[in-house]
Write a protein that binds this ligand. Sequence first.
Ligand SMILES: [Zn+2]
Length: 91
Amino acid sequence: MKLNPEKYNRNISLLCPVCGNSEMEHVEESETVKCTDCGIELTKDELIKENGQNIDSHIDEIKEELSKDVQKQLNEIFSKAFKGSKNIRIK
Ligand SMILES: [Zn+2]
């Protein structure tokens, strides 16, 4: 049974909490990024915190996809295992 972990990589874009813009530029010689639209400056930690819900919902989505795939592969494994056996029937 193999799963392709690359399938579950996502690019999660961090959005400006003020205006929703997704383009941020790094402010030189600082730990902050600046929204190219409204100009608000945030540290990376603040940006990640503000986007926490966004990131969480991606994780849920990935989990769901992953469990669907696992389920599918298990079904295939079981149907192969029972093929050829006359004594076991699956309804
Ligand atoms: Zn902004």
